[in-house]
Design a binder for this molecule. Structure first.
Ligand code: ATP
Ligand code: MG
Length: 190
């Protein structure tokens, strides 16, 4: 099974992904983590990525898709058991993902949508900024990330509802209970 975990910044994608990879034996790829790793290693790509991330903007689609395709090909054990976290974030990325998977003989089976009101997201992100020092978790950048999410990423929800593979999940509550809800929603699909 190939899965996408989708939701606004701070909706808990990373937290739920950590549990899902064990529960479903999936191969986790967080595009945000891939980019932060480049930034930490001060690669050329890291410098480019940082110029977008620090402002709360998305990395250009072509670049993001290249990075993802490259990573997938370097990890053939991920084929057919991907858990994508933070990708796709635009309709163009979703379309490229579809062909990328088709070229590798697989397809996207489900999109888990973590849904939470903005009023709950901002305090979570601010707290994470304090606890982890993550540079883009400051109020100005958070506001821009939420704006970008609503303008260009949120439309993916309808896109995947239309394809019949969207699983809406209430992202407010206890981590374990949200995980249970995800697993039972995926199971109900059969
Ligand atoms: P959370 O980790 O709480 O889910 P988030 O979704 O904002 O929050 P990441 O997924 O780690 O955080 O992404 C951080 C940043 O990396 C984004 O704000 C964006 O600049 C860049 N980025 C990550 N994924 C993509 C993508 N698919 N396309 C373009 N830019 C991306
Ligand atoms: Mg994350």
């Amino acid at each position: 099974m190939n899965l996408v975990i989708f939701g606004a910044p701070g909706s808990g994608k990373g937290t739920q992904s950590e549990l899902l990879i064990d529960n479903l034996n999936l191969y986790h790829i967080s595009t945000g983590e891939l980019l932060r790793d480049h930034i930490a290693r001060k690669t050329e790509l890291g410098k480019v990525a940082d110029s977008y991330i620090s402002k709360g903007n998305l990395i250009p689609d072509e670049l993001m898709i290249d990075i993802l395709a490259h990573h997938i090909d370097e990890h053939p054990e991920s084929n057919g058991r991907l858990l994508l976290d933070g990708f796709p974030r635009t309709i163009a990325q979703a379309e490229r993902l579809e062909s990328l998977l088709a070229e590798r003989g697989t397809k996207l089976d489900a999109v888990v949508g973590l849904e939470a009101p903005v009023s709950q997201l901002i305090p979570r992100l601010l707290r994470r900024g304090e606890e982890t020092g993550r540079a883009d978790d400051n109020l100005e950048t958070i506001n821009q990330r939420l704006k970008v999410y609503h303008e260009v990423s949120h439309p993916l929800r309808d896109h995947y509802i239309g394809k019949g593979i969207y699983h809406p999940i209430n992202a407010i509550g206890k981590v374990d209970e949200i995980q249970k809800e995800i697993l039972s929603s995926l199971k109900a699909k059969g």
